[in-house]
Design a protein around this ligand. Sequence first.
Ligand code: GLN
Length: 533
Amino acid sequence: MANTRYIFVTGGVTSSLGKGIISASLAKLLQAGGHNVTIQKLDPYLNIDPGTLNPYEHGECYVTNDGAETDLDLGHYERFLNIPTSQANNITTGRIYQNVINKERRGDFLGKTVQVIPHITDEIKRCVKLLGTKHKFDIVITEIGGTVGDIESLPYIEAVRQLKWEMPGRVLVIHLTLVPYLSATGELKTKPTQHSVKMLLEAGVQPDILVLRAEKRITNDIKKKVALFCNVEIDSVIESRDVSTIYEVPILMHEEKLDEIVLRKLKIQAKQKPQLKPWQDFLKKLKNPKKQVNIGLVGKYVELADAYKSIIESFIHAGSVNECKVNVTLIHSETLTESVMLEKLSKLNGIVVAPGFGHRGIDGKILAVKYARENNIPFLGICLGMQCAVIEFARNVLGFTDAHSTEMSRTTEHPVIDLMEEQKDITEKGGTMRLGAYPCNLIKGTKAQKAYQKSSIQERHRHRYEFNNAYLQDFQKAGMIVSGINPDMNLVEIVEIPTHKWFVGVQFHPEYRSTVESPHPLFVEFIKAALSK
Ligand code: GLN
């Protein structure tokens, strides 16, 4: 699109103010007005992608259809916009440098000295503009990770300055800051905002819109003061107060006229009156649940709920469909032993065993599967959770007491979960798993097929190990059946126990595909099963 508009969202004062949600909310509003919008995240760290980061460091790693391992904010973008993102939507400093250094090695710079400016900034600009030129979006919203003033985000801010200068009228900067409330004096304080805008100005960037995060109402006087000190029009100082759910933010931003101001400043018009009815219907059901259901999520990263972001959001979507509140309790798999099992699991209406890597906490996960299977409690196993279901069944039903995944035990006599052939020679960690969307054929009459109402699906993967087909007959005969198969590689993608109320294990990650406007059928059916007496 020759006329693509670019909106940058920067953050000031502190991190964790919700730039991702503000970006996603604005995108939703512009999309509801008929524009073709996408959101991109620029992450100022040196990892090539977050795939190799411990979830404790950076929360969940979100996987796109094209197999990119990305920042969890991309999950929000997809959940809000209901359109897929791709590798182009998440760029890190590591990747920018890698691209530039690869070009240097190829001799593309023809002997020039390669420098942060212009080479790194040019590469940043190329990655931003690609979404307009190649992917043809009308509006590209780029969220810049980190906080203004960080050394590592300087090249990004410089790239924004250049783009603003190169494309007058087509680039907008929204700066999100915190206005802290001092309870001792009962005042909201604007000084940190003034300072962070000053820092942007020092870098040559004048923000066009300020979004102020605050616990209390921002009065008109405060808006006036901020407008005056930060050279921003008074109606472009917008309040973002705390709300009970992130899904309310688009509505709140619409009330604050954020979309209207953005369109006016970019000199474009909405193509239609914003269509927010499906969103509002979702919110209404979400906020007025008729019943409740208690789900236990068994995993080892429980100290940080962000590690399971997409699963938790999928339950919010599935709860709204079922008009029920889904209470998700995180259960630490390392502390789940026989002696506390009843206390921790007996009040649950459904059990999920989470994805994960490595041996830590595996016994607790297997125990949770056993409890769900034996007590007819609805069960959903995701990736490692599905593998645990297979191991548990092998041990306790098939009688292979040492059955395991070769990820945890290389010497097991019953490797019911094993490394794929093509994974066996891989030594590098980054980007080498089975990643991204793969097709899966569903077997008629199974719970999975009933949930999807389709015969063939596409789901996203992120793993190295697989169900070992040498054991397929044993499992099927004993009552754990395969309900989804990858047609090209004949890999087991879904297992279930037909005699159980609802027991499904999936090798893929359904949580990456649940959105507000299309909640994931497996989560919806799982909650339905958990609700039924
Ligand atoms: N560790 C398992 C594997 O690599 C499962 C991965 C996951 O749960 N995402 O196969």
